[in-house]
Write a protein that binds this ligand. Structure first.
Ligand SMILES: Nc1nc2c(c(=O)[nH]1)N[C@H]1C(S)=C(S)[C@@H](COP(=O)(O)O)O[C@H]1N2
Ligand SMILES: [Mo]
Length: 207
């Protein structure tokens, strides 16, 4: 699947202002955390009727899927045809039964990383809790043992070392979003930086 939802490539394939790279750059804030799968837990909580969590053994037994996708970093590199495999996000969200008022998600990850996105952007078939890239386990530098992949948005939304989804009724900015990046991050709309209104809002208290 190359496209955002239904497998059709977006046109143009390369979003505006991007350059193709064949290597896979490594980008994150802080040090690479070492995640011990025996200690790892994933939580789905917040504006849901049935919050729950699972451990690595349960995760490893879940139904898996492969998604081939282009990825686009806000720092202007794009990489085509990444073969990710992992557990689809949609059934994980459905199991928690989001409330009717849930509209946003704050994604939690190690070490103390968050990123926010609309629930409608997370609740898509191409999104995975990915463990493998091009047939190899994700290296710790690329988010191993498990990262989120949301290929239709700029890649900062694809949290490495992911640990949970917090459903929210109102938007709340994550780490890069508090530092000026856009609340949604559509590469074809060049949604790189937040608007002045969003920059004002992101300083507000967490509700
Ligand atoms: N936990 C965590 N995930 C993160 C980040 C981070 O700082 N911490 N940075 C994001 C950014 S800005 C990018 S561009 C991608 C880079 O992923 P890569 O290093 O595998 O290319 O990871 C995203 N996921
Ligand atoms: Mo980034």
């Amino acid at each position: 699947m190359t496209g955002p939802i239904d497998g059709r490539p977006r046109e143009p394939r390369l979003p505006p202002g991007q350059i193709i790279t064949r290597k896979w750059p490594i980008l994150h804030y802080g040090n690479v955390p070492r995640i011990d799968p025996s200690q790892w837990r994933f939580r789905v909580f917040g504006a849901v009727e049935a919050p729950y969590e699972f451990d690595w053994a349960e995760f490893a037994a879940m139904e898996r899927r492969e998604v081939t996708a282009d990825i686009h970093c806000v720092t202007r590199w794009s990489r085509y045809d990444n073969r990710f495999s992992g557990v689809p996000v949609q059934p994980l969200l459905a199991r928690a039964r989001p409330t009717a008022a849930a509209r946003f998600v704050l994604v939690h990850a190690a070490p103390d990383f968050t990123t926010n996105l609309p629930l409608s952007d997370l609740d898509r078939p191409a999104n995975l809790l990915a463990t493998h890239h091009d047939g190899e386990p994700l290296t710790p530098e690329h988010g191993g043992p498990v990262r989120l992949t949301v290929p239709h948005l700029y890649f900062w939304k694809s949290a490495k070392w992911v640990t949970g989804f917090e459903l929210l009724e109102e938007d709340y900015p994550g780490f890069w979003e508090q530092n000026g990046y856009h609340e949604r991050g559509d590469p074809w709309g060049e949604e790189r930086y937040g608007s002045d209104d969003y920059i004002r809002m992101r300083r507000g208290p967490r509700r």
